[in-house]
Design a protein. Structure first.
Length: 344
């Protein structure tokens, strides 16, 4: 965070989650005047209040599904990070309309409230599952991106600069597979692996926050920012954790669950045909053409067919030793290892 953000006012929707807690802490260290947390769970808010102990953080009980909740929380706010979402793929498969209400309509409420309240910038958090989506969670996140892009496309004089970030699995975030595997290791039961050859991108929580900060500082209306990431197989990830805890690698293979894919895609060939490469990051600008297509070149983008998607099967593949090093960099994993040693 730059010193320019000192003394500014922020809102984080879904702010009691893993991302929210990390971002709130960073904003406080950067000298924010006020950070508001909007979420439905008053118990998590109370735990966060005691953990942080900082009166610059204000807690709003509400739901992004309710426009008035978002409008109240974003009043007199300068910058908003939208992290509230239904994220679990299987549960969204069984209750797709709930995913629509939160991830699509709730995100539209956030965009509309920010525009009405004159918020300076809004960053919405998306996922690799939004690219070529096959599940309800990914489909609703893809529509969330479209809502953000439509706002910039249809409002040339918009007061709020709206953009998105897209990233893969955040290691040790709430609901991720790493805490599940560690719990199974600690209980001495085989690890429940869906498909050992399945690949996923890996990113630390700090890296995801850095991506959001990059979009916040550099994003133009309608942009989607992507952080390039390494990938690994689920089998290698499980093996690396077993190695760290010094237990035999024993798996129960469940098979691919409802709505899951063998690999995920961070940037489609369509994205890459117009993306700008900034080393660690990709910026995909919005297609700002209107519906009067006759005003534009009829032949379109002739280079699009030469592109290859950036997915977790063709990204740099981490080997087990590299995964172990990456896991050891996570404070949560080190704490669990220390606890395992103490218990022994």
């Amino acid at each position: 965070m730059t010193p320019l953000l000192s003394g500014r006012r922020f809102l984080i929707t879904g702010g009691t989650g893993s991302f929210g807690l990390t971002m709130v802490s960073r904003l406080l260290r950067a000298g924010a005047a006020e950070v508001r947390v909007l979420s439905r769970d008053e118990s998590k808010q109370d735990a966060m209040r005691h953990r942080l102990g900082d009166d610059r953080v204000r807690y709003y009980v509400g739901d992004v599904r309710d426009y008035d909740s978002v409008a109240r929380a974003s009043r007199d706010i300068e910058f908003v990070f939208h992290a509230a979402a239904l994220k679990q793929v299987p549960s969204c498969e069984f209750f797709p309309l709930e995913a629509v209400r939160t991830n699509v309509l709730g995100s539209a409420n956030v965009v509309d409230a920010c525009e009405r309240n004159g918020v300076e910038a809004l960053v919405l958090l998306s996922t690799d599952k939004a690219v070529y989506p096959v599940n309800a969670m990914g489909m609703t996140k893809a529509l969330m991106e479209k809502v953000a892009q439509a706002h910039s496309r249809n409002n040339s004089a918009a007061r709020t600069r709206v953009c998105c970030v897209r990233y893969g699995n955040v290691m040790y975030s709430r609901g991720s597979v790493i805490p599940l595997f560690i719990d199974q290791i600690r209980r001495g039961v085989p690890l429940t692996v869906t498909e050992p050859k399945m690949t996923r991108f890996l990113m630390s929580l700090e890296q995801s926050v850095e991506l959001v900060e990059h979009a916040f500082h550099h994003g133009q209306p309608g942009d989607v920012f992507i952080r390039k990431a390494d990938a690994c197989t689920i089998g290698d990830l499980a093996t690396a954790l077993c190695n760290l805890f010094k237990v035999p690698a024993k798996f129960n293979v469940l098979g691919i669950r409802h709505g899951e894919k063998l690999y995920e895609t961070l940037a489609s060939r369509e994205d890459l045909s117009r993306a700008e490469d900034f080393g660690e990051f990709l910026r995909v600008p919005v297609d700002s053409r209107d519906l009067n297509y006759a005003l534009y070149f009829e032949e379109g983008n002739v280079n699009r067919g030469d592109r290859v998607d950036f997915n977790s099967h063709n990204a740099r593949r981490l080997v087990v030793a590299e995964i172990e090093s990456l896991l050891l960099a996570l404070p949560e994993v080190r704490a669990q290892l220390d606890a395992a040693v103490t218990a022994a």
